[in-house]
Design a protein around this ligand. Structure first.
Ligand SMILES: Nc1ncnc2c1ncn2[C@@H]1O[C@H](COP(=O)(O)OP(=O)(O)OP(=O)(O)O)[C@@H](O)[C@H]1O
Ligand SMILES: [Mg+2]
Length: 305
């Protein structure tokens, strides 16, 4: 039976000279799960990823990927990686770069012939595939990097700040690609300091600061439980709102609490039956930003010295 865990890290420490970049970090990521590491600049996110991939050696602690020790060739083969700072051979074209990486991953010619053009198209570079990378813009390089990370359909995909340098369409592309990876059963490990990006893409997040995980949060459990919604409606009888906990906002809007998502259609029906005209009922997620500031603390720069 295959190991259910895509990533197992226990007590990872990493010291660079006097700097403690990771201070005993432990985490588990299940197969098919999208996991986000959130934290301020210098928190240790990229260091964690490098240790998991075996690109740097831990000072202490252990890590396993897909049931094998991290860094082993056999597990690396089943893993995709978009580094934070990458320097591809810039005389190669986008298509040549993908072919090179595909061959390094052991893909055969027939599969490459099919996958390379399909992926260039997937990341919106179908008309740029023959151009050398040195002529690519930052966002185009980021896109080809993303294609490279998913080329061989890895079981686990590491993305370190995948939307850096991308326009809004590019950010949407990253979100869709993450969703596609999960849909085919791959696990995704995302490093980011963009809260919104993590919020839409991840099942679970960990807040990291100064090389330690301060808290983890299950975003799906959150979605299944109690929720707040913003209601904008005209002509609601005053006594109607007595049934709900909540507070009036500006104009015709009011934020109220519901026990679960199933209450939303009931609320809509009740409003209409009460003679109101409904313009909007929008779920209000308890924002990850609020939680980030609460857990990490405002003005948190790097720590651990
Ligand atoms: N090769 C290195 N040599 C020395 N110090 C390093 C090295 N790599 C990282 N560090 C230090 O380790 C700490 C964590 O860095 P890391 O790159 O993991 O942070 P990060 O969370 O990825 O930050 P960012 O959001 O800016 O990408 C920082 O203090 C950094 O200066
Ligand atoms: Mg980083």
């Amino acid at each position: 039976m295959p190991n259910e865990l895509a990533i197992e890290a226990a007590g990872l420490r990493k010291r660079y000279g006097r700097k403690l970049a990771l201070d005993g970090l432990s985490l588990e990521v299940r197969r098919g799960e999208a996991f986000g590491l959130l934290g301020p600049n210098g928190a240790g996110k990229s260091t964690c990823l490098k240790l998991l991939l075996g690109l740097a050696r831990p000072t202490a602690g252990t890590a396993r990927l897909l049931g094998r020790p991290a860094g082993e060739v056999e597990s690396r083969r089943r893993v995709g990686f978009l580094p934070e700072h990458f320097h591809f051979h810039d005389w190669l074209s986008g298509a040549e770069l993908l072919r090179l990486h595909g061959r390094l991953f052991g893909m055969d010619e027939a599969r490459l012939r099919q996958r390379v053009p399909a992926l260039l198209e997937r990341v919106g570079l179908e008309s740029q595939g023959k151009k050398p990378l040195r002529e690519y813009s930052k966002g185009m390089q980021q896109r080809v990097g993303l294609a490279q990370a998913i080329l061989h359909e890895p079981e686990l995909v590491f993305l370190d700040e995948p939307t850096s340098g991308l326009d809004p369409l590019g950010r949407m592309l990253v979100r869709d690609v993450i969703r596609e990876q999960r849909a085919r059963g791959a696990a995704v490990f995302l490093n980011s300091h963009l809260l919104g990006e993590v919020e839409v893409s991840c099942d679970r997040v960990a807040f990291v600061r100064a090389g330690r995980i301060l808290a983890t949060r299950d975003l799906r459990a959150q979605a299944a439980g109690a929720m707040r919604v913003r209601v904008r409606a005209r002509g609601v009888p005053a006594e109607f709102w007595r049934r709900y906990r909540g507070a009036a906002r500006d104009g015709q809007a009011r934020d109220i609490e519901l026990a679960e998502e199933g209450e939303v259609p009931k609320l809509a029906r009740a409003l209409v039956e009460a003679g109101a005209e409904v313009f909007e009922i929008t779920p209000l997620a308890a924002s990850l930003e609020e939680e980030f500031l609460r857990v990490i603390g405002p003005g948190a720069g790097e720590g651990g010295d």
